[in-house]
Design a protein around this ligand. Structure first.
Ligand SMILES: [Cu+2]
Length: 116
């Protein structure tokens, strides 16, 4: 009985420390885009140091990113995506960068960005 208790305790302690050690968070946010070319561009812009996983869904126009917030901030990830021409729900891409996107990638831009 005692042995069982300790093995449960060990497993619990191990899984807890694993969570702290990895330190990653997963965030989802809106990234405007159209096609598979956009997907490639968006995911490439997101895969920076500190990012473990980046996925952009063409249908929902939603990015899912798993990252270490001590290495890269969510704010920075939004900026990285905007820098390659894609508006997010927080950061608007530069008009010039947007204009230079491939014609099939010229997604419909949102009327307003953020809560202002
Ligand atoms: Cu595209």
């Amino acid at each position: 009985m005692k042995a069982l208790f300790f093995s449960i305790l060990t497993i619990a302690a191990f899984s807890l420390s694993f969570k702290i050690d990895s330190g990653n968070v997963t965030e989802k946010f809106k990234v405007y885009g159209n096609c598979s070319m956009c997907k490639e561009r968006i995911e490439k812009a997101l895969m920076v140091k500190g990012v473990k996983y980046a996925y952009w869904d063409e249908k929902s126009e939603e990015a899912t990113v798993k990252f270490n917030p001590e290495v890269v901030t969510l704010d920075q990830l939004h900026k990285n995506v905007a820098a390659v021409g894609h508006d997010t729900d927080l950061v608007k891409a530069d008009d010039k960068v947007y204009e230079n996107l491939h014609s099939c990638c010229k997604y419909k831009r949102p009327a307003k960005i953020g809560s202002n």
